[in-house]
Design a protein around this ligand. Structure first.
Ligand code: GLA
Length: 671
């Protein structure tokens, strides 16, 4: 067991930035806040190995002993995300090269090429030394490899590795030329040596080339992770290994695929929006993480490894979180299956690049609102130890890294279409309507889901098309949005009309796209509006749910519904505005016989239910600035009081109810 039953609570701890006197104070404060787990050593390479092959572990010995004596467990990190200056100077060829061919220099972090043999061997060496030293240290509960794999490189090491990867994937150049459609613009390759990484070039790059580079690089970073993991496992087989996922549209990692290689899915989450958006994003990330965790283990527990205690970072400004918001965000993650809430960081640094990043112990010290809220959060998490089980969800949302990457290629009819934004829009609509949902990868088992949503699942290979078809055929409800089914596994367009692979199941044939300009809307006959995209849709069996109103598409279908086998398939050819989307998904969910998690919850109150054979827990999070009354029954674990009819949540307040379940005799029993 990687945890000791308690929820994980704590964060990144950087004792290497502080004198030893502060360490003792840190442990005392951690105990006050009921911290259970801290990550140590993330960027400590130059302290651990000040010169090549010379290790300095005394300070870390002391820190781990202190933490252990204080009853605090450690996620021990390998420091390989930040090679020391001596490494970069000794191995300039291991420094990364940008898409424009510029070689970067040390002076920040993450400045290495993950395909460079010198980097890989230095990373293995320091990992092995750390593993040897601490494999049996009683404080070490978890290994955290590296930090947020996400760098990219275009150097010669990378190009060579890319060619090897391509040769493994395609076998011969004819197959590669065909997959990449290199007949276009005279790009035919007659020798493997002619292929480089997709560097900056004169005009639009080749979609197959760009896509395979992303896939290759995800595999390369994964191999860098896996070799460290294997070293750690070899000496400490009892200690699980993970790495913290970084999220963002620039990240070249297929998280679903990586999930099979970690013992525990761990994600970092930093919302980028302030008003309501932070809560919507938090819910989506929790559902994504749980979806990835299903690939990692039968028990889809995951861990929020990093989040910001006090700030929401938006472009150009750090917004200070309002009192209570840190607690609400943390519980939103726990509700969705995170085994706790971890932060970046424990103590705010006095200097360095992130000197103003928030921390549980801020610059002001423990006599601060943030630290008082940290103490409160520790106490709250202690009360939730009993919560377990799956998250109630009958809707599945498909997520696919390749579709996301391919929709960012140049040369698409619109630069505004984005798989993740389509996913977020669908999730937001479901979230506001109160439905629980899981994210799934194409091909995953769909038992138990009554509605499957495909948000611009652009790349649909034959197996995925069959997976969708079979689901609808046997009675599932499907809602596919525009561009789903359009391309094959190599990003080649499926001919004969869009949406390519899904024409039969959706009962439509799309003849033309009408991408919309920024700020433009199309009107829909049901009173709603559409953005970003519109299409000329010809039903070939589907019925029209609503049409476009006005403009060149006046009267032609915008949203359709089709019976296929014993199921129903909706097609949405535009991006409905939020209200219309919410109404649409509400209709699709009700038609699929799905009820909201807490049908009587007022607007602005998020409800998430955890279900286990031994119990049921309802999380209620009031994201509004008004008190909200929610009909519910059970024992509120936070106040330790019985709720008979309804709970009143103060503005921004939360409740976690151990629900009463109907017993066999019809009476209610508290679980
Ligand atoms: C990431 C990193 C941390 C820190 C935070 C700041 O999550 O892992 O080291 O840089 O971002 O937001």
């Amino acid at each position: 067991m990687w945890h000791d039953g308690r929820l994980c609570y704590g964060g990144d701890y950087n004792p290497e930035q502080w004198p030893a006197e502060v360490w003792a104070e840190d442990v005392a404060l951690m105990r006050r806040a009921r911290v259970t787990l801290v990550t140590v050593g993330v960027f400590a390479w130059s302290r651990l190995e000040p010169a090549p092959g010379q290790y300095c572990f005394d300070w870390l010995d002391q820190v781990l002993d202190l933490l252990h004596d204080g009853g605090i467990r450690v996620a021990l990190a390998t420091p390989t995300a930040s090679p020391p200056p001596w490494f970069s100077l000794a191995h300039p060829g291991a420094l990364p090269v940008t898409v424009d061919g510029v070689r970067l220099h040390h002076g920040s972090r993450d400045t290495y090429c993950a395909a460079a043999p010198a980097y890989r061997s230095a990373a293995r060496r320091v990992t092995a030394a750390l593993a040897d030293r601490y494999a049996r240290h009683p404080a070490v509960a978890l290994w955290r490899v590296h930090n947020e794999y996400g760098t990219t490189c275009h150097c010669e090491h990378t190009a060579r590795a890319f060619r090897r990867w391509l040769a493994g994937r395609y076998g011969d150049l004819d197959t590669l030329n065909d997959a990449w459609v290199t007949s276009f613009w005279s790009q035919h390759y007659s020798d493997w040596a002619q292929i480089s990484t997709p560097r900056a070039t004169q005009y639009l790059g080749n979609p197959g080339h760009l896509l395979d580079f992303r896939r290759f690089w995800s595999d390369t970073l994964l191999a860098a992770y896996a070799e460290q993991r294997d070293l750690l496992r070899a000496v400490a087989p009892q200690t699980p290994v993970t790495t913290n996922y970084v999220l963002g549209d620039w990240v070249p990692v297929d998280h679903a695929r990586w999930a099979r290689e970690v013992d525990l899915v761990a994600v970092d989450h930093y919302p980028s929006a302030v008003d309501g958006g932070a809560e919507e994003q938090t819910a989506l990330v929790g559902d994504l993480a749980r979806g990835w965790a299903r690939h990692a283990a039968a028990d889809p527990t995951w861990l929020l490894m990093e989040s910001a205690p006090q700030q929401i970072h938006t472009t150009g400004r750090a917004h200070t979180k309002e009192p209570g918001r840190m607690l609400r965000h943390s519980l939103a993650h726990v509700a969705r299956g995170s085994h706790g809430a971890m932060f970046f960081q424990w103590r705010a640094s006095a200097g360095g690049a992130e000197r103003f990043h928030s921390a549980l112990v801020p610059h002001a010290g423990p006599d601060s609102r943030v630290f008082r809220e940290a103490v409160e959060l520790g106490a709250v998490l202690e009360r939730l130890t009993e919560v377990r089980g799956r998250v109630e969800a009958s809707v599945a949302l498909a997520v696919d890294a390749s579709s996301a990457w391919a929709l960012r290629h140049p040369g698409l009819p619109s630069t505004r279409v984005d798989h993740h934004e389509e996913l977020a829009a669908a999730h937001r609509a479901l979230w506001h309507a109160g439905y629980g949902c899981d994210t799934v990868a194409p091909g995953e088992a769909l038992d138990g889901y009554r509605l499957l949503v495909l948000p611009a699942l652009y790349l649909t290979d034959d197996a995925t098309a069959e997976w969708i078809r079979a689901y609808v055929h046997r009675g599932g409800h499907l809602l596919a949005t525009y561009l789903s089914g359009t391309a094959d596994a190599h990003a080649r367009i499926r001919l004969g009309g869009y949406p390519g692979a899904l024409r039969d199941v959706l009962g439509v044939r799309v003849e033309e796209f009408h991408p919309l300009a920024d700020g433009d809307e199309v009107r829909l006959a049901d009173g709603g509006t559409g953005r970003i995209w519109a299409e000329t849709v010809h039903p070939t069996g589907a019925e029209t749910v609503t049409t476009y109103a006005g403009g060149v598409l006046d009267g032609s279908p915008a949203i359709t519904r089709h019976r296929h086998g014993t199921g129903t398939a909706w097609y949405v050819s535009t991006r409905p505005d939020d209200t219309t989307y919410r109404r649409l998904l509400d209709s699709a969910a009700r038609a699929a016989d799905i009820a909201p998690v807490c049908p009587d919850a007022p607007a602005g109150v998020e409800a998430v239910r955890r279900l286990h054979p031994g119990g049921s827990w309802l999380f209620l999070l009031n994201h509004t600035d008004r008190a909200r009354r929610v009909p519910a029954r059970g024992r509120d674990l936070l106040t330790d009081t019985e709720v008979d009819e309804a709970v009143t949540l103060p503005p921004g307040g939360v409740a976690v109810l151990r629900e009463r379940l109907p017993s066999a005799t019809g009476d209610e029993t508290t679980t």
